[in-house]
Design a protein around this ligand. Structure first.
Ligand SMILES: O[C@H]1[C@H](O)[C@@H](O)[C@H](O)[C@@H](O)[C@H]1O
Length: 624
């Protein structure tokens, strides 16, 4: 007999064609509410859940804000370096190798510490890990702002990376664990909003301080201390995740934390539901042994891990960080000549990323994770194709080399017949005159080893000869198609930011049962950072081998693969209790997508006894 016997009709409830046998009836699902009658009955446990549609307390927002400062620092520290580098390379006379080291050491350190963050998280708890990360950010910020030489800078960048790794895997988990289910997606996505917000503020600060050629970089790198200290202090007064406390058997503290987070609402049923599910999960997965091995041996968690890591891998393979880290360079490649203009246009691209992540925050609980990710991928693929076409048109209309100055005979640069080929060779640059409509008197000459701002000899080798019509193009070709590339870039970010940007983080914070959550998130965040290093470090080389349009066609292809993966394997997690989500992964991996509950709400009510006042006579078939 169903617990609906509180109404006088007796029905048994059968969920069919739905892997989520325990999906909680949700107000607003057509017809369900009137039939189910008891809005807070939970079919999984037979007990009451907290009313999921109750307003989220202000305290939950406060907690999410303070945790998401970790996301802000992640965005700020990865974003600020491109502008800082422009000044640093001049002031410290940095070689290319040192520039690469300073950029990628942070990302590499983040990869390592996110992997290690898993055990740290399980051991010390989410709160201590967040405090630790903000402490590391503060120390890193101080080291960077006072660094006397490049070696100390490198140490500072590594320290900051260690903080980013821990924050990137802990914060989404913490927010997911304190949120009520109906708002979890939105609140975790706020962390991604803070990441892109951090990148935006970083690019604006870069723009502003780029005018301060001496020591401007100290401010750029050091300003991150402010949010880090704020988070450090704030978290001393904020509670630990109740789910982690329950897992550690600290029941009394867990109750207190939960009740504080729920603003004094009754927490008994939520507490019991969580506790029972955690105990069941633990039993099912068999205790003992290394968590990662248990995850791999247990079907549902293994499948969740594949989905989680796959999403993070494809997020990076769709090329976001070639766009975020190299947007100024890409714009120059596309023909934007002025340095400062390129920096500010790069800030505009960060702003687009931020604004459209906001759209994601708004959409995630309206359309769900799955549709948002799929839609985002389709748009991302199309805009990458547009970017590629822009570069292809520029290449096809690349101005020819018309001048072969005396003295250039021995250089390989002299062999190139057009700007496109000349530009793809890092040793050469294109020196030309432009009367506003046509390029003329163009030559391909070696670049100055010390500064790519000049040629090593000839008309483009010194400023004094520079006139209004004489230009030196290193890294780009004059073209009338840069607007297509700029449009492609903006469109790319507008499509990527609401879905593929935040959803991998959001979904990962939800899909693992508690015992596997820290380790699962550590692995998937590690995958994210490893592919981040791979893609961002190889971008310029890939472009050199495949040309720019080739590189962007390649990313388009990878996005098509991502689309197939998400279509086949990503289930919908919207609105479910964290403890219910494991059931989504009980079927075969590639059936996950097919049976997402939001697409498949065929709940069948079979009449057992009595009259149904709500249905007509012919409803005896009882199919909703
Ligand atoms: O979700 C974030 C976001 O999209 C950022 O813009 C990007 O730089 C990160 O790599 C990514 O993980």
């Amino acid at each position: 007999v169903s617990p609906m016997s509180s109404s006088h009709d007796e029905y048994s409830l059968k969920h069919m064609g739905n892997l989520m046998g325990s999906r909680r009836p949700k107000a607003g699902d057509d017809g369900e509410q009137s039939l189910i009658g008891h809005p807070s009955w939970d079919p999984a446990t037979g007990g009451d859940l907290l009313d999921q549609d109750a307003p989220t307390t202000g305290f939950v927002y406060l907690l999410s804000f303070f945790s998401a400062l970790g996301g802000f620092l992640f965005g700020y520290d990865t974003g600020v370096v491109s502008g800082a580098m422009l000044l640093l390379k001049k002031e410290m006379n940095l070689s290319n190798l040192w520039q690469e080291l300073l950029v990628s050491s942070t990302v590499g350190a983040a990869a390592l510490s996110s992997l290690g963050g898993g055990s740290l998280n399980g051991w010390l708890g989410r709160r201590i890990c967040i405090i630790l990360a903000s402490f590391i950010f503060t120390v890193g910020g101080i080291v960077l702002s006072v660094a006397p030489d490049k070696e100390v800078l490198l140490v500072g960048r590594i320290i900051v990376g260690l903080g980013i790794g821990i924050a990137s895997m802990t914060v989404p988990v913490y927010i997911a664990e304190i949120s009520p289910p109906h708002q979890r997606g939105q609140l975790v996505t706020i962390n991604s909003l803070f990441i892109t917000g951090g990148q935006l503020i970083a690019s604006v600060i870069d723009g502003a301080f780029s005018y301060m050629s001496h020591d401007g970089w100290r401010y750029m790198l050091g300003l991150s201390i402010v949010p880090a200290v704020l988070q450090f202090i704030g978290f001393f007064f904020l509670p630990e995740s109740p789910r982690w406390l329950i897992q550690k058997g600290r029941s009394q503290e867990a109750r207190e934390a939960l009740s504080r987070i729920r603003g004094g609402q009754s927490i008994d049923s939520e507490y019991d539901t969580i506790k029972t599910s955690i105990e069941e999960e633990e039993k099912e997965a068999g205790g003992g042994g290394l968590v990662i091995l248990r995850i791999l041996h247990h079907g549902p968690t293994r499948r969740a891990l594949i989905v989680g890591c796959g999403l993070q891998m494809f997020q990076q393979l769709s090329g976001i960080n070639t766009v975020m880290y190299y947007s100024a360079t890409i714009l120059q490649m596309a023909g934007v000549r002025d340095d400062k203009l390129a920096i500010w246009l790069a800030a505009a691209t960060s702003a687009t990323n931020f604004i459209f992540t906001l759209v994601g925050v708004w959409l995630v609980e309206r359309v769900g994770r799955r549709k948002l990710t799929l839609g985002s991928l389709i748009g991302t693929g199309l805009s990458l194709a547009l970017l590629a076409v822009g570069f292809l048109l520029s290449a096809m209309n690349s101005p020819p080399v018309t001048l072969h100055p005396v003295g250039s005979q021995n250089s390989t640069c002299n062999l190139y017949s057009s700007c496109e080929f000349c530009m793809l060779d890092p040793a050469c640059g294109f020196c030309y005159r432009d009367n506003g409509t046509t390029v003329y008197n163009a030559s391909c000459v070696p670049v100055n080893q010390k500064s790519t701002d000049h040629a090593s000899w000839g008309r483009c080798s010194n400023q004094t000869e520079a006139s209004d019509s004489l230009f030196w193009a290193y890294n780009y070709c004059p073209t009338s198609y840069s607007w297509i590339v700029l449009m492609g870039l903006l469109l790319y970010l507008a499509c990527f930011a609401p879905g593929m940007g935040p959803m991998p983080w959001t979904v990962n914070s939800e899909i693992y049962p508690l015992w596997a959550r820290s380790t699962g998130n550590a692995c998937s965040a590690g995958v994210n950072w490893i592919f981040n290093v791979l893609v961002s470090l190889t971008f310029l080389h890939v472009a050199e081998f495949l040309t720019y349009y080739g590189a962007f066609f390649m990313y388009t292809g990878l996005v098509v693969l991502a689309l197939l993966f998400v279509q086949g394997c990503l289930p919908e997690t919207q609105g479910l209790q964290l403890e219910e989500i494991e059931n989504l992964f009980t079927g075969q991996l590639c059936s996950c997508g097919v049976s997402s509950p939001s697409d498949n709400r065929h709940i069948h009510y079979i009449r057992v006894k009595g009259n149904n006042r709500l249905l007509s006579e012919s409803d005896a078939s009882d199919v909703e």
